[in-house]
Design a binder for this molecule. Sequence first.
Ligand SMILES: Nc1ncnc2c1ncn2[C@@H]1O[C@H](COP(=O)(O)OP(=O)(O)OP(=O)(O)O)[C@@H](O)[C@H]1O
Ligand SMILES: [Mg+2]
Length: 434
Amino acid sequence: MTVPVLAAVTGASWEAALVAGLERTPTGITVVRRCVDLADLLAAASTGTARAALLSAELRRLDRDALARLAAARVVVVGLFSPGDEEAETRLRQLGVVHVLSADSPPTDISAAVSAALGEQEAGIDALAPAGWSQPLEALPGVDAPVDSGPAVEPGSGRLVAVWGPTGAPGRTTVAVNVAAELAASGVPTLLADADVYGGVVAQLLGFLDEAPGLAAATRLANNGQLDLAALAAVAPQAAPNLRVLTGISRADRWPELRPSALEQVWLLCRSLAAVTVVDLGFCLEQDEELSFDTAAPRRNGATLATLDAADIVLAVGAADPVGMQRLVRGLTQLRETVPGALPRVVLNRVRRGAVGAEPEGQLAEALERYAGVRDPAYVPEDRESVDAALLQARALHEVDPGSKARVALAGIAAGLVGRPAPGRRRGLLRRGA
Ligand SMILES: Nc1ncnc2c1ncn2[C@@H]1O[C@H](COP(=O)(O)OP(=O)(O)OP(=O)(O)O)[C@@H](O)[C@H]1O
Ligand SMILES: [Mg+2]
């Protein structure tokens, strides 16, 4: 039995030769349909009649999203480029196509690539390869400055820290911005990314005046197979020494721009651009596919889920009051169910006696262990004055009020993320004056 294959190579000068070659040679694959464009290909793939697709790099609108849809339809992909067209080859690889051949390859090589792709599918290997690994840091063209200052980042070795928390504005953004700023100030090349699908405010908090291209631009490039390290660096401007920022979507209705499949690619490259990438996330974890019959429809919380899934560390921020704690406990349960691999470290924010009792840290720790089975949370005290001052000046806490209680606590959390001892750690931050 031969493998039924779709061909989406219309318009390529080598189309006729390719199809004739495949027909002439017994290769084990049969072209069952020649698709005229991407829409035709996706429609044919969704019928389940073919197991593989041959696509040309010139196929219009081919992007990671389309490849993800082919993968979801269990159709493996072999990319073909015009002989000698290295740019087309690179583009296919950057899109994440693993099996890429010159269109004048012998038909048996093409069928061997189809078999290999099918074998990988069988073995459960991700059809959409993360692209960009092979590019060494120093050999990147088009970067006018070194890709990063400070200690070099071993390509791919950077950590991804997702800052998440339940509804009720527990302080995710405050924690994300300040933890990133602390890391940068301590000499760690850091990238702060705003991936809140309900509208990001990181740019505003850091005083970015112009609308920077930011994360939406990075995901667009990734989706089109055009994101490499240099392009990522170009859309992630330096906000302070060692601190790059990928600003978020300014309006909540732009959430479809943060496509999960493209974000995965962005996070992967971030690991080569910065030693630590801190991502500010939206609160919601609901998987809305049950609400939609179209499984390929974009999902609002897809970006949050994809980031939590990719993260090495999840900082789960909860508000240190009875309502905030209840939301956090529920949120942690949901997090465990939706992203079982995530390892949350809990940060209790706005800790104050008034909301909990005379010994807030002890009481909060006890409640957290009893109801969520989580030990050793980090505490950030309520510190209205310094947090407000930072807001007003659009700066990080360490710049505005370095001795403030909240700043000291956030610096400790940042140090913990890179395995350093907390600077000047004091016990019982609340004993005095809280
Ligand atoms: N430790 C703190 N002390 C005092 N105020 C704080 C503290 N942390 C955060 N805040 C304030 O709480 C409010 C919410 O914080 P933030 O915007 O960081 O929360 P969020 O979880 O990101 O909310 P959103 O759901 O809007 O994204 C802000 O006004 C912020 O200044
Ligand atoms: Mg926020």
